[in-house]
Design a protein around this ligand. Sequence first.
Ligand code: GDP
Length: 478
Amino acid sequence: TDEARIALDTLTGRASNLFNPTLRIGVTGLSRAGKTVFISALVHNLLHGGRLPLFEAQKSGRIARAFLEEQPDDAVPRFQYEDHIRALIGDRVWPDSTRAISELRLTVEYESASGWNRMFSRGRLSIDIVDYPGEWLLDLPLLGKTYAEFSRDVFELAAFPVRAGLSEEWRARAATVDPNADADEMTARSLAESFTAYLKAGKDDSRALSTLPPGRFLMPGDLEGSPALTFAPLPNLGDVRPRSGSLHAMMARRYEAYKSHVVKPFFREHVTRLDRQIVLVDAMQAMNAGSEAVADLERALTEILNCFRQGRGHLLTDLFSRRIDRILIAATKADHIHHESHDRLQAIVRRIADRAIARADFSGAAVDVVAMAAVRATREGTVGDGSDALPVIMGTPLAGETIDGERFDGKTETAIFPGDLPAKPDSIFQDVDSNSHPIRFVRFRPPRLERNTAGMTLSLPHIRLDRALQFLLGDQLA
Ligand code: GDP
């Protein structure tokens, strides 16, 4: 059974942990939140002695060595660190984003901060970094829903004003099928395709709606086209039991297969084995798209955080083999705004996360919020002088980006006045006028390496990556 397996895993896990301490850190967030860039930058800064003044073990010189080791889980793809770094540093282009789960082991040898521990031996910690799409976490509520309940909820959400237009075609298509008719593969497939198209439509930049489950419809990983993904909700099912051989029965069976073969194993084998978690959010993109997108991000974040709760009455309580004791919610890409706005961004993310944190009720887990840039692609400056001086950021916009009608060639450094974030975090939930764009947003090329404080090595510049590291790792290297 699940329980027996977990109990065994826990025991063997504890035993091996005595000899070779490991810390499993989950890195998640919705697509394009910045997971790949974050992991690449974190590892690169640790391997190459980056500037990390807020990361105590590094600052005090206690890290003797950091190196990559073979990734211990044979069935999980390795995070392609070298490819990503080659893109970032070699070609100065952004690496390929996360499409599925992957893992990397980074081992750190360190001097303990306490003299007592130092007498025995040098400390050694293996950090297993597990990268996976946040979309997959949104599937958790499905475990508690029957196919009929799932169908009803999806149709209800699809009729909301923000989504009604996007879902119109699929709903019209669904209205023409009779759930009680004989099961037919082509009908199932065309419904699944039209349903997936609706889910994808919410994701374009201007709408920036956060995702709805089933998570694999957007991020299929290696399941693309498999029967477990070839289903869709059906309208007006009521409480009738499906007739055997009907379309309804086929869809319900595939939905159950999705839950038992896709969702459950993912949580059991990956999420429940994590010790710590960082959740990346692209708050600025949501803010640029307007208050509805912000509300939607809040909803998605609530569902994501809910997955790490381990209290009573939780769908996964019995599955957890380890206890997540620290959760960091991080707004990335803070290099798009001037440092004067960093604290505002942090306050905004805290505001978006507040309700989610309160609802998830993480008894015992420490939760923190940070605004950071895993890779800082800009520098700061001012334009004008005296009382007219304006804070600007400077960077090389990607080829093809435009601002005020000007089109960039990917080679020229440009100064941009990014605009101010609202001082009152609450205001992001209201649209002053529907066209208000708080931040001027262009995508920049990755930066050149910079010298660290001692001038010895070159590393990737960042903003507050060290603060994130200190929260996630600091106590383990004490
Ligand atoms: P993932 O889907 O979560 O793996 O997202 P990525 O890590 O691939 O990031 C998506 C895109 O966001 C990248 O291609 C970059 O354009 C941008 N991005 C991510 N992190 C940063 C950052 O720290 N600074 C800047 N300027 N851009 C970032």
